[in-house]
Design a protein around this ligand. Sequence first.
Ligand code: TRP
Length: 337
Amino acid sequence: MEIVKQVLYSGIQPTGIMTIGNYIGAVSNWNKMQNDYDCIFGLADLHAITVRQNPSEYRQKAISFFAQILACGLDPEKSIVYFQSHVHQHAELQWILNCYTYVGEMQRMTQFKDKSIKHEENINMGLLDYPVLMASDILLYKAALVPVGIDQKQHIEITRDIAIRFNGIYGDTFVVPDGYYPTLGAKIAGLQTPTGKMGKSDADPNNAVSIIEDPDSILRKFRRAVTDSDPFVSFDLLNKPGISNLLTILSAFTDVSIESLVNEYADGGYKRFKEAVGVAVVEGLSPIRDKYNTYMSDKSQLMDIAKQGALRASHIAEKTLSKVKRKVGLVEKARLN
Ligand code: TRP
């Protein structure tokens, strides 16, 4: 008997940089996840145009992100990796689900409220409707599990609400997904402001480290990382957030427990410790950087992977979409062939 795996869906917007925080929290688990689940990964390029992008920069950035995802170990032979905008069913399902979502629910979303303040001059419909597009991403593929940052929890909850609501009216149609919130990555803080998250769109370039950053720049950022006034290396999130953050990063990149690292570096001073963290990160990222460069050196092969991904994704998406159309009473289109 064939064992049917559950579907795992995730997405990332191609904005800012893919940070070592993203890597530690999510991306580094993909290799393993691919064996346990049918993984589908969408580059959420429709989500990111809810804020203004420079078209040519944005296109380059989206391609670069796509290559970074592959470089991190998402294997296009095992998993589906694609651009959201290449699969028209997302936008189509979004329209239908819009008719089952209340304006009030969307206005209450914290991310909408935050972004409305930040982009006061451009509070467009897309910003409000963002969670319904995300719900469509997830529900099209009948995903059971959705790994995301904790900041996306509200969007997962609304996805569940929409799915339950629709199923309640029309009978079983959507799988109601569960969010999965990795604890480690969420804890990676900025190098300059270790009390806050290492954001992918941080204004201070020294606060975050990209997974494809060049080694010198990585070493420099770790040398400059904010520490504390006493010279001892110990783990104390409250009183020594900077050093604790560096310990978490070093532990993630070396697979050595924080306890052993504290033993090793306790009295050696910050300089030696920070150097060691920088070197471990450079070494850990080196195969990813190589793979990334290989993908980027052959754009036509890269785009071919994207095309195959989109074809496979749209095949699955179409099945769900036509079922939904039927359920709500839309007339079936005569087959064109
Ligand atoms: N909104 C998510 C974020 O910014 C990205 C995303 C878009 C996503 N569609 C998704 C994540 C579907 C999980 C599932 O992090």
